[in-house]
Write a protein that binds this ligand. Sequence first.
Ligand SMILES: [Zn+2]
Length: 122
Amino acid sequence: MLLYCPECKRLYDEAEKCPVCGKRRGREPQADDPCFLISVGAIWSEMVADLLKQNEIPFEQKSSKGAALAMLTGLLGETFDYYVAFDRYGEAKELTDAFFAQSESEAEEEIEEEESEEDEEE
Ligand SMILES: [Zn+2]
């Protein structure tokens, strides 16, 4: 069973504790509880928003720019946290998981290609 931490807006397994605050005082999630879905960098943010919009999943987007990080990296350090209501969470999670699984395998292919080119030079 999933529990919901109202302070951090995270869902976590009953057997575990909240991954953010480490507390175990979660409660049963309600259909309209905003649940943390994913945190993405600025370059992915628009794509995640589009994905959710295309599937008509209402979401809340929060910018979570750490002050120190922002000073060092400017806009590149900015990340966006996405929250969806619990009744759409499963659906949204599947969409974003599939989306990023695809993006990651593409990125891995690119890395492999670069490595093989280096081998040839040696
Ligand atoms: Zn928490």
